[in-house]
Design a protein around this ligand. Structure first.
Ligand code: COI
Length: 354
């Protein structure tokens, strides 16, 4: 398929890189593509960034048939632009599409379209430490219809946003709150799918966490409310008595690409990660016994985020004396060195944009 290109008449001013937050600014152009039953995915185009005009009855607004991805483009010291494991994002995007009754798209084509867009938006990839260009591919249901069924028409779009750290804490330890009252996902549900509703469902507990002075919610399993699942914007790892542990993928946990990168690196370094069920009581006990050495999250937006405090019921677990743990630091350095092209990519994880 040919991608048509319509350039913006005037270009925005670039932001001050030292002041970049997360997800507040958008570039000059976006990628769009449509789906209908007669034509399949068609009319791929790069256009000026701008609003999508939709009918108030558009299905995505009512029933949330919507999926997204998150990945990043980085600038190397040589000024080249590169992506980190983008094929993994498009594979997961199609898995999300399948679960949400959205028609599959051609993953290779989507990656080509993204690279075309990035070539046009190159000047937006920041180079200040810790900054990158966040990429948000999204698909939404477009039928103007109020019956509950899968839509027959869709819009696929990709928008780009220059970003700094996801958390205001940056790479400093965050505080997380364990909710026993609310759950994010249940077996057989859509917890492992990157769909809008999962995030909407997390907001209420997120507000409670903020009121209590915590950055994020740590979710437990939806059946027994006993086993640790994820943080919602990241997967979670514990280091207990020198064992690195992360909850096994259960269907209700997002299969994070940064999570997978941590696991692969640890394996390569001869210190494999144990993927298993881990109960919150085990974490509390390990803390009591002085064996909870570290806790950190992993995600595209957050990269590696050390956790300095966990609140569960009336217990406050302080971890690592407010300092960044050595494993969190090691994974953060190793992953970002590859992402920013400061080290050789021996894993084949990096895709150059041109
Ligand atoms: C990401 O890490 O890219 C995410 O999608 C998490 C969040 C910003 C929704």
């Amino acid at each position: 398929m040919e991608i048509s290109i319509q350039k913006a008449g005037s270009l925005k001013d670039l932001p001050d890189e030292s002041e970049l937050a997360f997800g507040t600014l958008f570039t000059d152009h976006m990628f769009n593509m449509d789906y209908d039953l007669d034509n399949g995915w068609h009319n791929p185009r790069i256009e000026p960034y701008g609003p999508i005009t939709i009918d108030p009855s558009t299905m995505v607004l009512h029933y949330g048939q919507s999926i997204f991805e998150g990945l990043k483009a980085f600038k190397t010291p040589e000024g080249e632009i590169q992506l980190f494991r983008p094929e993994q994002n498009f594979t997961r995007f199609n898995q999300s599409a399948h679960r949400m009754c959205i028609p599959a798209f051609d993953e290779e084509f989507a990656l080509r379209a993204l690279k075309e867009l990035l070539k046009i938006e190159k000047r937006w990839v920041p180079s200040a430490p810790g900054t990158s260009l966040y990429i948000r591919p999204t698909i939404i249901a477009m039928d103007p219809f109020l019956g509950v069924r899968a839509s027959y028409t869709y819009r696929f779009f990709i928008i780009l946003s220059p970003v700094g750290a996801y958390y205001k804490e940056g790479f400093n330890p965050v505080k997380i709150w364990v909710t026993e009252k609310y759950v994010r996902a249940v077996p057989g549900g859509v917890g492992e799918v990157k769909t809008a509703g999962n995030y909407a469902a997390s907001l209420y507990a997120g507000e409670e966490a903020h009121h209590k002075g915590y950055t994020q919610v740590l979710w437990l399993d939806g059946v027994e409310r006993k086993y640790v699942e994820e943080v919602g914007s990241m997967n979670i790892f514990f280091v207990i008595d020198d064992e690195i542990i992360t909850p096994a993928l259960s269907g209700s946990i997002l299969s994070g690409i940064t999570r997978d990168s941590v696991i692969e690196m640890a394996e390569k370094w001869g210190h494999p990660v144990t993927q298993r069920r881990i109960s919150i009581d085990e974490v509390v006990e390990a803390h009591k016994a002085g064996k909870l050495q570290e806790c950190f999250g992993s995600g595209t937006a957050a990269v590696i985020s050390p956790v300095g405090q966990i609140k569960y019921k009336d217990k406050t677990l302080a971890i690592g004396d407010g300092k960044v743990g050595s494993w969190a630091r090691k994974f953060f350095d190793a992953i970002t060195d590859i992402q920013y092209g400061r080290t050789q990519d021996t894993e084949g994880w990096v895709h150059k944009v041109d």
